[in-house]
Design a protein around this ligand. Structure first.
Ligand code: TYM
Length: 331
């Protein structure tokens, strides 16, 4: 059976980008056709300045939202990364396979490190090694497929490279994974700045639709989206990124093709109105289920405990095999 693994980082409130680019597919497709594991990757949230209480709160919220989005613990494994030691155990071995140059070439590292330095802050070493921990997340489970948005493909490529290199040097140990992305909305853009990704850790609230925004707030954000100069509605991500983003969001929410949808609109206003309603409709059941789950925190905790047990069982044989293959004495 195909093994699927993916993760989400509790560094901010989850967004429409997380949902359309990743979570929705996990719930609607992946958990039904594969042995799938979905992880709140809390260790990754420690790579930038963080508040411990906030990370704890956001981790719980992310896990609750994964269930609210439709992940079914009877069909897939939902857990928290720090509950399964195998991730950190494997990460160190992969640091001994990755190179410094490889890490410094990672786009997200370059962007985040530059931002951190511009603020006068220091860059945590874990920000540099982050993609190795992500490779460990993936490789520990013998993962075939990693369903992610576009921004993560370079990291999954690194996981592939490390798997191939490790296998070549020390004997076959890891499955070589591949990234899969959705056909539309693989990169939902910020509504106020359509040149940038809609990211949960960004500060610009009005351009980001959060899954837990009230419907009225969501409507306002979409209606106020920056569009392009020009009048006609065409799908042209290069020249008209704002309109293209709205068309992609609408297409992802309702089904259909963004270029074809463009043909049925004669004004930006009408497009925005439909996109706003489509987003509100898609998020409504998630918000409702989230509310129900919040009333029963014991249930979510039990799901995470059972998920960690299952995840540990799946990861341990591969990680133990990697320890032996690389030359460490069995305990
Ligand atoms: P994270 O937490 O930034 O995002 C979680 C998932 O949401 C997708 N995504 C988007 N898709 C479309 N448009 C957007 N604007 C958008 N923003 C986010 C991401 O591509 C991702 O699929 N490094 C990862 C977490 C991670 C991971 C892993 C993922 C750690 N280990 C192992 C897969 C496998 C991250 O920061 O995702």
């Amino acid at each position: 059976m195909t093994r699927v693994f993916s993760g989400i980082k509790p560094t901010g409130h989850l967004t429409l980008g997380n949902y359309l680019g990743a979570m929705r597919r996990w719930a609607e497709v992946d958990q039904h056709r594969a042995d799938a594991l979905f992880c709140v990757v809390d260790l990754h949230a420690l790579t930038v300045d963080h508040d411990p209480a906030r990370v704890r709160r956001l981790s719980r919220q992310a896990a609750t939202l994964l269930l609210a989005a439709g992940l079914d613990p009877e069909r897939c494994t939902v857990f928290v990364q720090s509950h399964v030691d195998e991730h950190a155990r494997l990460s160190y071995l992969l640091e001994c396979v990755a190179t410094d140059g490889e890490m410094r070439r990672m786009i997200q590292y370059k962007e985040k490190a530059a931002r951190e330095q511009a603020r006068g802050g220091s860059v945590r070493l874990s920000l540099l090694t982050y993609p190795v921990l992500m490779a460990a997340d993936i490789l520990a489970y013998g993962t075939d497929e990693v369903p992610v948005g576009d921004d993560q493909t370079q990291h999954v490529e690194l996981a592939r490279d490390l798997a191939v290199r490790f296998n070549h040097r020390y004997g076959h140990t890891f499955t070589v994974p591949k990234a899969t992305s959705p056909a539309v909305a693989a990169r939902v853009m910020n509504l106020q700045d359509p040149a940038s990704k809609m990211g949960k850790s960004d500060d610009s609230g009005p351009g980001i639709v959060y899954l837990l925004d009230e419907p009225e707030v969501t409507r306002k954000k979409v209606m106020r989206a920056v569009t392009d100069s020009g009048q006609d509605v065409v799908y042209d991500p290069q020249e008209r990124p704002g309109v293209a983003n709205l068309l992609e969001i609408l297409a992802a929410c309702e089904g259909g093709d963004p270029a074809e949808l463009a043909g049925s609109y004669h004004s930006y206003g009408a497009l925005k109105k439909d996109a706003a309603e489509a987003v509100v409709d898609v998020l409504r059941p998630v918000r409702e289920r989230h509310r129900e789950l919040c009333a029963d925190p014991g249930y979510v905790e039990e799901v995470l405990r059972a998920g960690a047990r299952r995840a540990r069982e799946r990861a341990r044989p591969t990680v133990d095999a990697a320890y032996r293959a690389i030359g460490l004495l069995p305990a």
